[in-house]
Design a protein around this ligand. Structure first.
Ligand code: GLY
Length: 427
């Protein structure tokens, strides 16, 4: 098979790395890709937003399956466009991708089908939201309705913070049209977990649980980022909890989407809060998590391409994907100093040429080839360093050991990835 993967970050590097291992695959293209992805796939210079260009490329190159990494093309309807031209593509349609594209839609769905989540009210008028913020309990959560690159959710400790977040979103349009509606949601206390599953719209196969680290600083301090590290599986999700999540969240949501005439096919990512009252949905994403994919995919033994191709072809999946038993993976993200605010690009990265360890994988996120073919920084999150081992401590140790071998000016990473898992394992 000839595959095209859309995207150029760490998630897509992990996808291409895994896809390349499939015996079904002959050729992999990635648009636009990055230098790390270039070791496994032919990178083509087409942006993920250029749906026409991607369609033309897929037609001309007889692509058998396209796999979409980021959310924006899915929310923009790339799957509908490819399918209209008879091309196989893995991902939800535009209407189904609204589960990530509109938080107001998701809250409507969760409420209607009694899927556990926090209470909320949706506002499309600034003055009404402003008044409501005088009555709520704090902390409270304000979310922009649409896509905001992971920055559209603001936890507000005081009314003053909430009013300022509301003004930023609805008046100053910090996230553009994504902020034309806001959701004011009750704060949920607990520990977060990310559960990802592949589904044909009816049957579901689950990937190992994971935990992301969204805040920029250790101890979950500072502003949110796209994610500073992840590990899998997440010990906070024990077997009982996983089966509750399968039933109460995934099965209920997949049924609800079918009943709403938005059958969901693709990967569904549930961002959950594990509260004292059980798991509750924080958000859904219509794609693989980043960096979660960089910890989850190395634990998958089965052939993801077989599952993706079946789902894209509208066939039913009839088994669970095989997962490596008793394996742990931990990914530490190395970012550019200053991220998630402003940061420099074009800084030379040292240490990438070393053969580190067979169980260490360096996923490229924001890199490009600079002068003389040197790899330089080209984004906020630059690399994801994943290590896999039979023991969580070893995976963590090895990942941080490998992080220490890679240097660039102003590189920054969190030192506490996996600390919550260590606490669970100690208990
Ligand atoms: N790591 C969070 C996300 O992918 O949305």
């Amino acid at each position: 098979m000839r595959l095209l993967v859309i995207g150029g970050g760490g998630r897509e590097h992990a996808l291409v790395w895994k896809i390349r291992q499939s015996p079904l695959v002959e050729t992999v293209y990635c648009a636009p890709g990055n230098p790390g992805i270039g070791q496994f796939a032919e990178c083509v210079n087409i942006a993920g937003s250029d749906i026409e260009g991607l369609l033309e490329f897929a037609r001309k190159n007889a692509i058998d399956l396209t796999v979409v990494g980021p959310e924006q093309p899915l929310v923009d309807g790339i799957v509908d466009e490819f399918e209209a031209q008879g091309l196989s593509i893995f991902g939800p349609t535009r209407k189904a991708a609204e589960i990530e594209g509109s938080k107001a839609f998701t809250k409507y769905l969760l409420d209607k089908y009694k899927i556990p989540t926090a209470d909320c009210i949706v506002f499309d008028k600034f003055e009404e939201a402003k008044k409501y913020l005088l009555e709520v309990d704090y902390p409270t959560v304000i979310k922009a309705d649409g896509l905001a690159a992971g920055k559209g959710t603001i936890v507000c400790q005081t009314e003053q913070e909430a009013q300022s977040a509301l003004t930023q979103i609805m008046i100053e349009k910090a996230f553009g049209d994504a902020g034309s509606k806001v959701i004011v949601e009750s704060f949920m206390a607990g520990e977060e977990a990310s559960i990802l599953a592949l589904t044909d719209g009816e049957n579901i196969t689950y990937l190992p649980s994971a935990q992301d680290h969204k805040a920029i600083f250790d101890d979950d301090e500072g502003p949110n980022t796209g994610g500073m590290g992840a590990y899998a599986p997440a010990p906070v999700v024990d077997n009982n909890l996983f089966s509750k999540i399968r039933e109460e969240v995934f099965e209920a949501t997949i049924k609800a989407m079918a009943l709403e005439n938005r059958p969901y096919r693709g990967v569904l990512y549930a961002g959950l809060m594990i509260t004292a009252d059980g798991p509750k949905v924080v958000e859904f994403n219509c794609r693989f998590g980043d960096p979660e994919a960089q910890a989850i995919l190395p634990l998958v033994k089965g052939d993801v391409v077989e599952f993706m191709f079946k789902i894209a072809k509208g066939k039913k999946i009839d088994k669970q994907i095989e997962i490596h038993k008793n394996r742990w993976a931990l990914c530490v993200v190395i970012a550019s100093g200053g991220y998630p605010e402003s940061y420099e690009k074009g800084i030379t990265i040292h240490g990438l040429e070393q053969q580190l360890d067979k169980d260490v994988i360096i996923f490229h996120a924001g890199t490009k080839k600079g002068e003389g073919g040197k790899i330089v920084t080209d984004g906020g999150r630059v690399l994801g360093v994943t290590a896999v081992a039979n023991d969580f401590h070893k995976a963590r140790e090895k990942s941080y050991w490998a992080v220490g071998k890679i240097t660039f000016d102003k590189a920054y990473y969190r030192k506490d990835i996996g600390v919550k898992a260590l606490e669970h394992l100690r208990r």
